[in-house]
Design a protein around this ligand. Sequence first.
Ligand SMILES: Nc1ncnc2c1ncn2[C@@H]1O[C@H](COP(=O)(O)OP(=O)(O)O)[C@@H](O)[C@H]1O
Ligand SMILES: Nc1ncnc2c1ncn2[C@H]1C[C@H](O)[C@@H](COP(=O)(O)O)O1
Length: 207
Amino acid sequence: MHIAIVGNIGAGKTTLAHKLAQHFRWEVFLEDVDDNPYLKDFYHDMPRWAFHLQVYFLNGRFRQTQRIKELQKAGRGIIQDRTIYEDAHIFAANLHESGLLETRDYNNYYALFESMIDLVAPPDLLLYLRADLPKLVSQIEKRGRDYENSISIEYLKSLNEHYEKWISGYTAGRHLIVDVSELDYVRRPEDLGTIIDKINTTLFGLF
Ligand SMILES: Nc1ncnc2c1ncn2[C@@H]1O[C@H](COP(=O)(O)OP(=O)(O)O)[C@@H](O)[C@H]1O
Ligand SMILES: Nc1ncnc2c1ncn2[C@H]1C[C@H](O)[C@@H](COP(=O)(O)O)O1
């Protein structure tokens, strides 16, 4: 079984990934953020570093999906924090449409993504954490990564719009949308329970 958690920056993916992994006793696959050699520079100068960052994320995410495939074959359950789909359909597309990633670079990147994507199996469940802008801003602040101070409301808004468009056309497998704007699964165990119930219903037909 493979559940992938998708959603905007600060939506609460990593936090939920840990909690679900603990609940189901599955392996958790997180994003490579601390060792990312481009992320900090990207937030200082997006046009300069957009292409480098996208290629870095794409490669990392592809390698991760190959490891997930192996573990799945071995019968293990997996919770994945963010997917390769979001890199291409949300972040790279948004940078291109905002004029921060040149068309020739975007086309080059997208051709690479298309070469890879046939080798990627969609998750058994894609769990989209929808969050409004105040929730995203407060959780990004709460996390306190210095280099994310420069993230603008417009950037988050545009990413949210890309998420909504993408999820409405997602047909690769089962998906579940949970609005987390009013949920606090850090302090309220019942909110975590609500999400787990929804997952069980969708995946196993329980409840
Ligand atoms: N539903 C929630 N309610 C309250 N706080 C949350 C919730 N989800 C995440 N947080 C807090 O918000 C911050 C960002 O969450 P994180 O899981 O890192 O988001 P993401 O991985 O989506 O970027 C963390 O400090 C986390 O503890
Ligand atoms: N593909 C990406 N392009 C640009 N930025 C990205 C991409 N994937 C992740 N990010 C950024 C967004 C955050 O600053 C960090 C970690 O993501 P998070 O949603 O907080 O887990 O990386």
